[in-house]
Design a protein around this ligand. Sequence first.
Ligand code: ADP
Ligand code: MG
Length: 732
Amino acid sequence: MNATLIEVLARHWGFASFRPLQAEAMEAAVGGRDTLVVMPTGGGKSLCYQAPAIVNGSLTLVVSPLISLMKDQVDGLVACGVAAAQFNSSQTSVEQRDVERALNERKLRLLFVSPERLAMATFRQLISRGGVSAFAIDEAHCISQWGHDFRPEYRQLRELRQLFPKASLHAFTATATERVRRDIAEQLGLRNHVELVGNFDRPNLTYRIIPRRDEVAQVEEVLHRHRREAGIIYCIRRRDVDTLASILERRGYRVAAYHAGLSPDQRRSAQESFSKEECDIIVATVAFGMGIDRSNVRFVLHTGMPKSVEHYQQETGRAGRDGLEAECAMLYAPKDAAAWNSILAGTADTTAIENVDRMQQYATSLVCRHKALVEYFGQTYENANCGACDVCLDAHEAVPDSLVIAQKIVSCVVRAGETFGVSHIVAILRGSSNEKIHERRHDKLSTYGILGNHSKEELSDWIAQLIAQGFLKREGTQYPVLRLTPTSRAMLRGAAEVRLVRAAAREIDDAGGRDLSWTGVDHALFEELREWRKREADSRAVPPFTILGDGALRMLAAVRPSSLEKMKHISGIGETRHADFGAGLLNVIVNYCAKSGVAFDCPAPPPAPRREPAPTPSRTQAYDAFRRGASIEEVMAMTARVRSTIAGYLADFIVTERPATIDAWLDRGQYELIAPAVERLGTERLKPIYEEFEGRISYDDIRLVVAHRVARVSSPFTPRGADAPRQVAAQT
Ligand code: ADP
Ligand code: MG
């Protein structure tokens, strides 16, 4: 490992180690290789070009899409003792001249500019004189038409390669699709570059998708869990932003609104008050967020479904950049998809509509959210239970007569001739009387009104779940209609298992690992340190998060160092910060400890462990019973939980405890029927296996076999692959 890089990391940032892939990315950059680095938001991309610039002792030009955010980035670097500046139209000519002088004297290491600025000939001459040796292109997906933020200005970056043949190029993005990645490399003309793609899972985020019933009350429930903490609330439409922001303001929250309909000044002031911690909550459309570096965002709340999984991932990614726990909640209603389809109707963009569909599948499926998200981006997810999403935390309850309900829905689709969309089918099922129904004589269908005792929302929810499970599909873009699939018939005959769910009535418990990073932290001292940080930030006219991150503040409030010397060991306090802020921080700590009598120099709390499956009481009870060989039915009776929940527990139990056989829960003949299909089709997804048997075998049974195969393969005592069939046969 390059000693100089690690020294720079410690000296300027006070970090003792690299995040995953940072060392590789930095070493390639120090060696002058082109790089393409893909990491999720909060993964630590900035350091990948900042530290090499210092080690190389030459100028790196940073291309960043938003002028309004460059100042924050520069302030943060200056606080770490790095020679950094911006050059743009927000500056006075005096300020610009200072930058020119620093460039000519080759004093700068990092200079932030917009792509437009970089297209100017005079500016290009200026940086040649400044000896530019590398270009870091942040948010590089903006160069690709396939990305979700295409910016024509980024296209001009293609010329850099010819104009500065000696400089290396470094592209950074959080957008992981293969197509965007290839496009970035091609457009920039990367040469023999090092491509690094990080792990997309964000274990510190808890994902929750909650059916939307009473929006404002549900929003307040989330806010209640995050008093005085920072958060972003995303709404689908501008008018929803305005309405919600004013309601929250009236109720005493410190909020600001942000959307493209506001003037540039209004938007800038919203952004500034958020980064200065003068407001806690931003209510916004998708227009808000790119490049926002405030690291202590503790929640991101979607009041409606975003328009693609990419958007969901980017927007939720803005929570918890500091690595501390954060919550990502989404209020979902089936009509959100219709709202997006009508917004997108004008664009004739079929991928946009597919994206909405895939997002809806994500929202309605019952696969672990971490797993589904990571797999969406083409990576695998090993954890059987993340302990940090609504699915794994048991927020759903199976509907007892799922199969009968599903049959009613699907036969209604058949009777209506497979030519109608969700809302009309729901209207028939509920026995509504409207013009379209009378015109088509749909009130004469045998399925008219057969699910009249269920709400519109519930029925649309279930239809979405049937689509996600492959029993129905939606076809057509402008007026999508419901159609049957190959497995629908088997289901109608009763030869398939269907699982419909509704939200569990029980309260969302807030354990979700939220307290982990508060271990040993004195809350009152944390608040005092936070106030000190705010005063310090104001006096320097910089945002608080550039002074010091929440992680470092919590560590200070837990360890409570008694001297400047002891403060040096706190992660996040490098030499410059120590020199600049050490005395001020120490003063707050000493006064606080004297006043309240708490001890100094406590041991640093251990780093928050990666979350284990959350032991809910019923899960613990179920595991104990399984150990004694209890059947699924017995455990259902014991815990008052439905079959699918218990089958899920059992699958997790099998993966973690690796029983030699699962005969206690699954008939041997059935096992031997399913196992070869699992071998052939893999353990990644249940659906292909389910389809292989045309719905004759239940998801639960497949899940158990898959769990058993996974447990065997991952066992240190059994060899992988080759002789697996023999092990199955050998079970007695
Ligand atoms: P990205 O640009 O990938 O979204 P950032 O570069 O903004 O992420 O980094 C996110 C946060 O992680 C920042 O607060 C940064 O200080 C912190 N960070 C980056 N690298 C490290 C590291 N090696 N150790 C500890 N914290 C780090
Ligand atoms: Mg970034």
